[in-house]
Design a protein around this ligand. Structure first.
Ligand code: FPP
Length: 244
């Protein structure tokens, strides 16, 4: 297959739903865990390719609030994989100037995971070359509900009037506070849904669904998705750009 042409203006922020690990493994007669393991290599490729392409933020859906309902052994495997990823990759990511940010619910998390995530964020907080946002124990509705609860508390305490509550205020209370909104959301694995991922933040994102399973993800698939994005006209609710 020919290499897609480079895009002159890449999206600033790409979010990815990394789907299809299980199917990738099953189709090879392997256990699902092998698909998740191969998914880590795909993640490494994705980070490298995104940074090379001039993308500034990459947000990955690594574990959703709904993923706890999977069999205990699979959940344990995924948590272990996250720990191993942090242990093995953070030093190198840090050396390459990658900042790591974690979004999701931190309540009731295993303290060993929490401290690793905190440490990865702390270590890399001064980096500016690229930001990898890891969505872990993340659910968008829950994130919005947490922000709404904080607004309610501020109103209760008399620090905010209900008439002053705006989208900007809520936006600042989300886990993604301070980040640009995703321009492009990619989902691998052929399913075409958003699965409680960045519902608020993707209000104007372009969605690109690709059939490849996540463990097969590579620079070429990313470049093709970016080209599809670049060929679309983003109007943000306005009208088509006028030609004079
Ligand atoms: C979806 O595949 C993938 C996940 C639920 C987990 C995503 C995790 C990784 C790619 C590797 C881990 C990354 C980190 C940072 C720890 P699926 O299992 O839903 O696949 P299926 O739809 O084919 O069953």
């Amino acid at each position: 297959m020919s290499q897609p042409l480079p895009v002159s203006k890449p999206p600033r922020h790409v979010a990815i739903i990394m789907d299809g690990n299980g199917r990738w493994a099953t189709s090879r007669g392997l256990p699902r865990s092998a698909g998740h393991k191969a998914g880590i290599d795909a993640l490494r490729r994705a980070v490298r390719a995104a940074a090379d392409m001039g993308i500034e933020y990459l947000t990955i859906y690594s574990f959703s609030t709904e993923n706890w309902s999977r069999p205990r052994t699979e959940v344990a495997f995924l948590l272990d994989l996250l720990k191993r990823f942090i242990r093995q990759d953070v030093a190198e990511l840090h050396a390459s100037g990658v900042r790591i940010r974690v979004i999701g619910d931190r309540e009731n998390l295993d303290p060993s995971i929490l401290s690793m995530l905190d440490e990865a964020e702390r270590l890399t907080q001064g980096n500016t070359a690229f930001t990898l946002v890891v969505a872990f124990n993340y659910g968008s509705r829950q994130e919005i509900a947490r922000a709404a609860r904080r607004i309610a508390e501020q109103v209760e305490q008399g620090n905010l009037k209900s008439s002053e509550v705006t989208a900007t205020i809520l936006d600042r209370l989300l886990d993604t506070s301070g980040m640009p909104e995703p321009d492009l959301l990619i989902r691998t694995g052929g399913e075409e849904r958003i699965s409680n991922f960045l519902l608020w933040q993707c209000a104007y994102a372009e969605f690109v669904f690709v059939p490849e399973f996540w463990p097969d993800f590579n620079a070429e698939i990313l470049a093709r998705a970016v080209q599809t994005y670049a060929a679309r006209e983003r109007r943000f609710g306005g009208l088509k750009a006028q030609t004079a």
